[in-house]
Ligand binder design. Structure first.
Ligand code: NDP
Length: 252
């Protein structure tokens, strides 16, 4: 039920952090993972690691905020791998400023990288999934899909948008056997949140105090949900947003 042998998966931002944690999960159950990000050295290192796990992995450089670059990513994947079964829209950035200090360029950078990218990648992937008779799209939201934060106006808007985009894609493509779901990670220890801990005084203590699990998540905490949502085990689940947060969003 969870076997992904013979399946091809694109993971945007798969060269580090949560994307790499998810890519590891897919690689362990047989998927061929295409690591799609901007940094060539980080991408090559991720591919080496995924190959050691048995995946016939490769890297394709992409800027997910750029329409032409996204279309080229999907075309190259089809050319090199011959099929596309799974897309994980994970690439993301944050600019941490209160709303009154955020510039329009910063707003656009966050929205384009986190939200418009998921639309562009999904739109490019869909015809190939439809032609195959089905596919799986997994969008990465956040606790900020649910909650507000004074330092994350654009980030929160982009992650709220991910939940609604997920529902629209899910209902549009359900009859094509393409399932579209979102994962809402809690506070996970990655480069992104290491930077946040440096910039926001008291964040580490606040996260630990509010987390029922009493710890930050690790990137490998995201491996299982990626396998579940990418596999036949979740065929009748679509349009859902699943928190993977150690209970963070359940605490009143
Ligand atoms: P990282 O900074 O470790 O990873 C971000 C990834 O996105 C990198 O692989 C980066 O690769 C890639 N990326 C950024 N911009 C672009 C772009 N324009 N084109 C292609 N790739 C890009 O952060 P996380 O692993 O923490 O974040 C991954 C996702 O998870 C994000 O969407 C984030 O919002 C979300 N998230 C993270 C949480 C956490 O606690 N860490 C909590 C909730 C959600 P490169 O630089 O090589 O392009």
């Amino acid at each position: 039920m969870f076997d992904l042998t013979g399946k091809v998966a694109i993971v945007t931002g798969g060269n580090g952090g949560i994307g790499l944690g998810m890519a590891r999960g897919l690689a362990k159950v047989g998927a061929r993972v295409v690591v799609a990000a901007r940094n060539p050295e980080k991408s090559d290192a991720a591919v080496r690691e995924l190959r050691e796990l048995g995946s016939d992995s490769s890297a394709i450089l992409v800027d997910v905020a750029d329409e032409r670059s996204v279309d080229a990513l999907v075309n190259k994947t089809m050319k090199h791998c011959g099929r596309l079964d799974i897309l994980i829209n994970n690439a993301g950035v944050n600019v941490r400023k209160p709303p009154h200090e955020l510039t329009l360029d910063e707003w656009r950078q966050v929205m384009d990288t986190n939200l418009t990218s998921a639309f562009l990648c999904s739109r490019a992937a869909y015809p190939h999934m439809k032609a195959l008779g089905g596919g799986k799209i997994i969008n990465i939201g956040s606790m900020m899909s649910l909650f507000g934060a004074p330092f994350a106006p654009a980030y929160g808007a982009s992650k709220g948008g991910i939940v609604q985009l997920t529902k629209s894609l899910a209902v549009a493509w359900a009859s094509d056997n393409v399932q579209v779901n979102a994962v809402l990670p809690g506070w996970i220890d990655t480069n992104l949140t290491r930077e946040a801990r440096e910039q926001i005084a008291g964040l580490n203590e606040r996260v630990l105090a509010r987390s029922p699990s009493g710890r930050w998540g690790s990137i490998d905490d995201l491996s299982g949900v990626a396998v579940f949502l990418a596999s036949a085990a979740s065929t009748f689940i679509t349009g859902a947003s699943i928190p993977v947060d150690g209970g963070y969003s359940s605490l009143g």
